[in-house]
Design a protein around this ligand. Structure first.
Ligand SMILES: [Fe+2]
Ligand SMILES: [Fe+2]
Length: 279
């Protein structure tokens, strides 16, 4: 029974300090097993922005909350061309985590982070063959009782973007990546990047995707909001590996609070959802 808080796109440099404080207060009180941050720690990969992000992680760790993060496209310098190509993630590794394939495991879950941010593309991510091998290897010996979770900044799937039928771009080599995810028996795929909350069975999106549940987070703390969405993050409660509750925790203007909950059940083929309650 794992409880994971899934934050994304915190964008220090374009953040709201009151929302940061609210997120910390909520996390300290709810005490999830792990706090995941799926990329875009900073707005422009500047040192002062990285310092704020690092201090945020330090405060969570000091409160006894383990954290796991992956870089996003905003964590690679955009305008500093030398730094962008020569040492794209130097600051990320210095301030956030030297490990670009972070791993967390306890008796309830196993969580792997994979870096999809690249220098050559401004926004679109990519997964390479070495990373696919890591996905297969890391989950190979994980016990069946643990929930297997893969974290990336860019979603592995094309996401619906409003108008009927319109889809976002997917990460490079996404078919191969989906095969690795399927073979590794990953239960949940966590990502961000689009600043929009979303969840769906992978099989409903791509036929040969394997049985994972796709969960996207909105932006947790930044002022870069989609129209009609408040800052939010997800609380994922893996009751069992065929039963997952997902609660969206949204900013009310003064604090974070639960905004409805969905229960997903797995029937051996795909995940199916039904709302549990609206609050
Ligand atoms: Fe972002
Ligand atoms: Fe992004």
């Amino acid at each position: 029974m794992a409880r994971i808080a899934h934050l994304s796109d915190v964008h220090f440099g374009a953040h709201d300090p009151a929302v940061i404080a609210g997120a910390e207060a909520w996390l300290a009180e709810q005490r999830p097993d792990l706090v995941v941050v799926s990329g875009d720690f900073t707005q422009r990969a500047r040192v002062d922005q990285y310092r704020l992000a690092a201090a945020f992680l330090d405060r969570l760790e000091s409160a006894g909350l383990p954290t796991l993060g992956v870089p996003g496209n905003h964590d690679v310098p955009l305008y500093d061309v030398v730094r962008r190509f020569a040492r794209p993630l130097h600051r990320y590794r210095r301030f956030i985590d030297d490990d670009l394939c972070p791993w967390f495991e306890n008796e309830r879950c196993a969580v792997l982070g994979i870096n999809t941010a690249r220098s050559l593309t401004i926004k679109d991510g990519r997964i390479n063959r070495e990373q696919m091998a890591i996905i297969r290897e890391r989950f190979r010996d994980v016990g069946d009782d643990r929930t297997r979770i893969l974290v990336t900044h860019h979603p592995l799937f094309a996401m619906p973007i409003g108008e009927e039928g319109a889809l976002t771009k997917v990460v490079g080599r996404h078919q191969d990546a989906l095969e690795a995810v399927s073979e590794a028996g990953v239960h949940i795929l966590l990502a961000g990047h689009f600043h929009r909350t979303f969840s769906r069975s992978a099989r409903e999106m791509v036929e040969n995707s394997g049985p994972a549940l796709v969960i996207q987070a909105g932006t947790a703390t930044s002022t870069r909001l989609r129209a009609g969405e408040a800052q939010s993050f997800n609380l994922i409660h893996a009751v069992r590996n065929d039963e997952i509750d997902l609660q969206v925790i949204a900013w009310s203007g003064t604090q974070f609070e639960g905004r409805g909950e969905a229960r997903f059940t797995f029937d051996g083929e795909a995940w199916h959802s039904r709302p549990v309650k609206e609050s």
